[in-house]
Ligand binder design. Structure first.
Ligand SMILES: Cc1ncc(COP(=O)(O)O)c(C=O)c1O
Length: 364
C-alpha cells in the first residue's frame, strides 16, 4: 500500500472502465471482430496514411503548438473562425479541460445517465459534485435537467447523440433549453457522433455559439474519420471560451502525426461518404435482424446500436467474446439486459448477429 496521500476528492473517483479491446483477450488479433468501442472498422483515408508517413520523417521536431494547418483547414471547410477552435489529445482531453476551467470544488455539474462515463470522472476530478439526471425513454431529458439546476450548477454535460443509447435531442429542444439556462452555466455538447447524425432536426450547435457564448461543442476525428489510435479531437466555442481553455491546455498536446492525418482526412470526402453509407445500410441490417429475432432495439443516430435481450446480457456478451466478437455489455451502463454493438462492415455485423442468434438459441 502506498502511503503517499492523494488529493482527498480523488478518493471518490472510480477507475474508468473503457471497452475491452482485443489486446486484453490475449488472442490472435487479426481474428477478433472489434465492435465494442465504436471504432471505425472500415479504417481511415489513404490520404491520412500518406500524410502520417510524411510527417513521421520529421518526428524529431516538436509539433506546431497551435495546430495551425488543421485550424486553417477546418475553419475553411466548415466556416468556423480559427479562434473558435481548440484541439485536444482526443475529445477526452477537451472534456477534462472544460471541467477544470469551469468547475470549482463543491460546485455541481449535471450528468445525464446513462451517458458517456468520462463526464462523471471529469467532474469528480475537478472536486465537484455530479448531479445525476436519468434519461427518459432512453433520451437525455432536457426538462428534467432544467429542474435540477441550482445556484451551485456550473456545468451541464450533454452527449448528442447520446452514448450508449444512440438517441438525440432536436434543434428545437436544444434552443428552448438554452434560452432557459443561465449564461453563467457552461454547457458542453459532446458531438463525438456528429457525422453520423443525419436526422433533419439534429441541432446545428455551432450556429448557436454567437447567441450562447456559454456553449462548447466537442467533436472528434476518432469515429467517422477513423483516427482513434492517433488521438485528436476538437472543441468549437466562442473565442473567449477558447482563450480560457487554452490557458490550461498542455502545450504540444496534439502530436504532429495526428494533425497531419486530420488535415488529410478533411480532404478525403469520398472516404467519409463511404463510411456513412455503410453505416446507414448496416444499421438497417441490424434493425431487420433484431426484428426477426424478436428483440427490442433503439433506432440509432450513431455508429452503434443498443439491443435489449430481455434477459441478463453478460453471459451472451461473454460467449460472443469467447467466440471472437467483442461488443459492450449493458451492465457497464446500468442496462443489464442490453448489449451495445458498434456497427462495422457487413461481414462483421453478420458474424455478430449469427453469434447473438446462437447464444440466445442456446439459452431457450
Ligand atoms: C460520447 C463520446 N465522447 C468522447 C469520446 C472520446 O473520444 P476521443 O477521445 O477518441 O475523441 C467517446 C469515445 O468513445 C465518446 O463516445
Amino acid at each position: 500500500m502506498c502511503a503517499l496521500p492523494i488529493r482527498e476528492s480523488l478518493n471518490a473517483i472510480p477507475v474508468y472502465k473503457p471497452a475491452k479491446s482485443s489486446e486484453d483477450s490475449g488472442r490472435d488479433l487479426t481474428r477478433i471482430v472489434r465492435l465494442a468501442a465504436n471504432e471505425n472498422t472500415l479504417g481511415f483515408s489513404p490520404l491520412a496514411e500518406e500524410a502520417v508517413r510524411r510527417a513521421a520523417a520529421r518526428m524529431n521536431w516538436y509539433p506546431d503548438p497551435h495546430s495551425s494547418r488543421l485550424r486553417a483547414k477546418l475553419a475553411e471547410k466548415r466556416g468556423f473562425l480559427p479562434e473558435q477552435l481548440i484541439f485536444g489529445n482526443g475529445s477526452f482531453e477537451l472534456l477534462s479541460l472544460a471541467a477544470q476551467a469551469y468547475l470549482n470544488p463543491g460546485e455541481e455539474a449535471i450528468v445525464p445517465s446513462p451517458s458517456f462515463g468520462w463526464y462523471n470522472v471529469a467532474t469528480l476530478g475537478a472536486g465537484s459534485v455530479p448531479v445525476v439526471v436519468p434519461l427518459t425513454d432512453h433520451k437525455i431529458d432536457l426538462s428534467a435537467i432544467r429542474e435540477r439546476l441550482t445556484p451551485r450548477t456550473r456545468l451541464i454535460w450533454l452527449c448528442n447523440p447520446n452514448n450508449p443509447t444512440g438517441t438525440y435531442f432536436s434543434a428545437g429542444e436544444l434552443e428552448a433549453f438554452l434560452a432557459e439556462v443561465p449564461d453563467s452555466v457552461a454547457i458542453v455538447v459532446d458531438e463525438a457522433y456528429y457525422e453520423y447524425a443525419d436526422g433533419e432536426d439534429y441541432p446545428d450547435t455551432v450556429r448557436l455559439l454567437e447567441r450562447y457564448p456559454n456553449l462548447i461543442a466537442v467533436r472528434t476525428f476518432s469515429k467517422a474519420y477513423g483516427l482513434a489510435g492517433l488521438r485528436i479531437g476538437y472543441g468549437i466555442a466562442s473565442p473567449g471560451t477558447i482563450e480560457t481553455l487554452n490557458r490550461i491546455r498542455p502545450p504540444l498536446n496534439v502530436n504532429a502525426l495526428a494533425e497531419a492525418a486530420a488535415v488529410a482526412s478533411l480532404e478525403d470526402t469520398d472516404f467519409v461518404a463511404a463510411v456513412l453509407a455503410n453505416n446507414r445500410e448496416q444499421k438497417r441490417f441490424y434493425y431487420d435482424s433484431f426484428r426477426e429475432l424478436g428483440l427490442a432495439y433503439l433506432p440509432t443516430a450513431t455508429n452503434f446500436i443498443m439491443v435489449d435481450l430481455g434477459t441478463e446480457s453478460d453471459p451472451v456478451y461473454a460467449e460472443m467474446a469467447q467466440r471472437g466478437v467483442l461488443v459492450r455489455p449493458g451492465s457497464d451502463f446500468g442496462m443489464p439486459t442490453w448489449l451495445r454493438i458498434s456497427i462495422g462492415k457487413p461481414d462483421e455485423n453478420r458474424r455478430a448477429v449469427e453469434l447473438l442468434r446462437q447464444a440466445l438459441g442456446a439459452k431457450v
